[in-house]
Design a protein around this ligand. Structure first.
Ligand code: GLA
Length: 731
């Protein structure tokens, strides 16, 4: 890990273990050129890169030809309306109504460590394990300065980029768009990989060819969304786990975003990622600044697998702050799919008592315990216990659950307000809405305008009062509708375009207060399943509910897409009852357990009513969780086979960091008659070490497992699973 400035050639060279990233300061005016990002090159050879770009490295002094330089040169960050006709990463309106902007080098700083991003989630590091480069570029006509940040971490092939805009003038400047990064690069046979979806179908993998013009993804829903994950990768070799170049881009933000690749007339690509610019306009007051969220860039010269493992390590060690991140989480049982809204304390206690017998450790009371909430048509905002359901109150219930020997967790949806609620009767103006317009309802609810301090304070006081009223050790923070009808009574006419981003800042502020006041609380974020499963939320909660689809087979696809970026320890995964409530499929109880094992692990069923044989199997699953969870939390993840693409079976592997132990999960989705043999290769082990396959006599070297592999068993029927545990001998 190193960042150096070559004074003579005016080059910045950022080096991680196996990558180099090179930026040049060009010509007298100091434009920033992007020379290289990829496999590591010798530092001494960085000046050689100046020979590579199109014929010349400085704008021609002959002004008549200026656009032929600006419109083709690979820039480090874009300008706007000055002769580069490609897509702009930044757009402004200055005090005269003009939009031209040319950012030129002003100064730079290189230092150990990494600064916090005020009010935003961000990766973190110390002076010992991280380093940062700041380059200030400025348009002196407008008086706008942009600081481009680049941070790296010891042992990780990732570069973290963000941008801060500073108004150095005494006039207002409107920011119409600000991407957190742009990168110009050659098209070297890349496809675009993104994760798309819908409710109950989150984060499925999609590979697309990159055409001329724009190939992009976005969310303008006020959250990262079910529809697209704020992530993309340029992949050279499709879904190959170990070959081909891969550039991954992951946004550490949970609100509106846009990201994509713009292919120019000369086949070059301009990659961009940042806050969604639709309905966005930020008034930057004189001498004020605007910090854009950060993007994690990672390059792998060896397929998707390395990208995944880099992101997992980065997010585990430099993004998730919760004290639970390295701990076994309590195995929970959640009553949502067990009872929906139809429960009372007797019912919950019956579930808790039965669950305790099987080794389950925590009862989570989901939606329906407050106000008059007996369906999803009322009471959001009325965070007062419904004593018809919880007889004697919340504390009585929690004490009784604790007396059984179980922890207690609770569900809340703090950002919402039901039109049928006491809160709405008192404060109809607290909903996000445009005056004189009936706002769009979704799940029969509105979104609270938490950008207003009094609203935010009120809601926080209710969360705090509930959490302090008794021994609550876990909170599921849900968000069940997306934003629309953007309008805030708290913002002036010319600041309405700030609402969506301010909304995200308000969510972050609330969760920051929460984790500060309740450091021992286990927080799980959620949004109608997995609509806010993103790197931003992981800064606050070590786990996020992955999807409302708990069917083991659908989960194979959802968890594959999620685990492409996020550590397994972050994926909320539960065993539920069958036929599955979302897809109606019946799968073996064992398979449901094996699949949920790849996440936080828990149950979402009425344990008092499931078949006896399933209930009897729970202690075995619980023991399995305790046996393997350290691999799920801390191991290296290898994707072996993808049901999403082969439509037949799924396999993934976890290898402990010391490589002494590994676990392969195999799910045979479809049985086939007289099948061909299936052999899977197992990478990531010590080549010379001998591994014993548990419950068999087989002992074999790591290199043989990698080169030859193991034969998968033929299991009896559809939806069957098997765990294969390997242990290094004499370790
Ligand atoms: C969302 C969540 C579910 C459940 C319901 C309650 O859909 O994803 O797990 O909590 O809300 O209304």
């Amino acid at each position: 890990m190193d960042i150096r400035f070559n004074e003579k050639d005016k080059l910045f060279v950022i080096e991680t273990d196996s990558t180099s990233y090179v930026i040049a300061v060009l010509g007298e005016e100091g434009l920033l050129g992007h020379l290289y990002y990829g496999d590591k090159i010798q530092y001494e050879d960085a000046p050689y890169l100046l020979n590579i770009p199109q014929n010349q490295n400085t704008p021609t002094p002959a002004m008549r030809d200026r656009s032929s330089f600006l419109d083709i040169y690979p820039f480090e960050y874009t300008s706007n309306n000055v002769g580069d006709y490609r897509k702009s990463g930044i757009e402004i309106t200055d005090s005269n109504g003009h939009s031209s902007l040319q950012l030129c080098y002003e100064s730079h700083a290189i230092y150990l460590g990494k600064e916090k991003l005020e009010g935003l989630p961000a990766t973190f590091g110390t002076d010992k394990d991280s380093m940062t480069l700041e380059i200030a570029v400025k348009d002196s006509v407008v008086g706008l300065r942009a600081v481009l940040y680049y941070s790296i971490f010891e042992g990780l092939d990732a570069v973290i980029r963000s941008v801060k805009l500073i108004n150095d003038s005494d006039k207002e400047i409107f920011i119409d768009k600000v991407m957190s990064m742009t990168m110009d690069m050659d098209q070297d046979g890349y496809q675009l990989l993104t994760l798309y979806g819908s409710w109950a179908r989150e984060r499925l993998m999609d590979f697309r060819d990159i055409g001329f013009g724009d190939t992009s993804i976005e969310s303008f829903r006020g959250e990262s969304s079910h529809q697209f994950q704020p992530f993309m990768a340029l992949v050279q070799n499709g879904d190959s786990q170990d070959t081909g170049k891969v550039y991954g881009f992951s946004f550490v933000y949970s609100g509106n975003f846009e990201a994509g690749v713009n292919k120019s007339q000369f086949d070059n690509l301009r990659v961009y990622m940042g806050i969604g610019s639709k309905n966005f306009r930020w008034k930057l007051r004189p001498y004020d600044s605007f910090q854009a969220p950060e993007v994690v860039l990672t390059y792998s010269g060896a397929g998707l697998g390395k990208m995944t493992r880099t992101l997992h390590d980065l997010y585990r060690n430099h993004l998730i702050r919760s004290r639970y991140k390295d701990m076994e989480r309590p195995i929970l049982i959640n009553n949502w799919e067990a009872t929906y809204f139809d429960f009372d304390s007797d019912k919950l206690l019956a579930i808790a008592k039965e669950a305790k017998k099987s080794g389950i450790e925590m009862l989570v009371m989901d939606d329906g315990w407050f106000g008059e909430r007996n369906d999803d048509n009322s009471s959001l905002g009325d965070w007062y216990v419904n004593e018809d359901k919880l007889k004697g109150g919340l504390k009585k219930l929690v004490d009784e659950v604790n007396a059984i020997g179980m922890k207690f967790g609770i569900w809340m949806e703090p950002e919402m307000i039901s039109p049928r609620s006491r809160l709405y009767d008192e404060h109809p103006d607290w909903a996000i809405r445009v005056p004189d317009r009936e706002p769009c309802r979704s799940r029969n609810q509105y979104v609270l305008d938490i950008t207003r301090e009094e609203v935010r304070d009120y809601i926080y006081s209710r969360i705090k009062a509930i959490l302090e009223s008794c021994n609550i050790e876990y909170l599921k923070w849900d968000m069940n509708r997306q934003l629309s009808d953007l309008g805030s009574m708290g913002l002036s006419r010319d600041a309405q375009g700030e609402l969506s981003h301010r909304y995200m800042l308000a969510v972050y502020d609330l969760q920051e207060r929460l984790v500060t006041d309740f450091p021992n609380l286990l927080l799980e974020n959620c949004s109608g399943g997995g609509a806010r499963f993103d790197a931003g939320m992981l800064y606050y909660s070590p786990q996020i509910w992955c999807s409302d689809d708990t069917d083991a087979i659908e989960r194979l696809k959802i968890q594959e897409g999620t685990a492409l970026i996020f550590p397994l320890s972050t994926m909320g995964a539960h065993v539920s009852d069958c036929p599955n409530h979302t897809v109606g499929r019946t799968t073996p109880f064992k398979t449901r357990g094996d699949v949920a094992l790849a996440g936080t692990f828990g149950y979402e069923l009425d344990i008092t009513r499931i078949p006896e044989s399933d209930r009897e199997d729970i202690p075995r699953q619980v023991a399995q969780y305790h046996k393997y969870n350290h691999l799920v939390r801390g191991g290296d993840y290898y994707r072996i086979a993808s049901y999403q693409r082969n439509h037949s079976f799924d396999a993934y592997m976890l290898v402990s960091k010391d490589k002494k132990e590994a676990l392969v999960t195999y799910v045979q989705v479809e049985a086939s008659p007289n099948p061909a043999r299936k052999v899977i290769k197992l990478p990531g082990l010590v080549p010379d070490a001998t591994y014993q396959i548990e419950d068999s006599d087989i002992e074999v070297k790591g290199s043989t497992l990698e080169k030859v592999g193991i034969a998968l068993p033929i299991l009896p029927g559809d939806y069957q699973s098997k765990l294969i545990h390997l242990l290094q001998k004499n370790s």
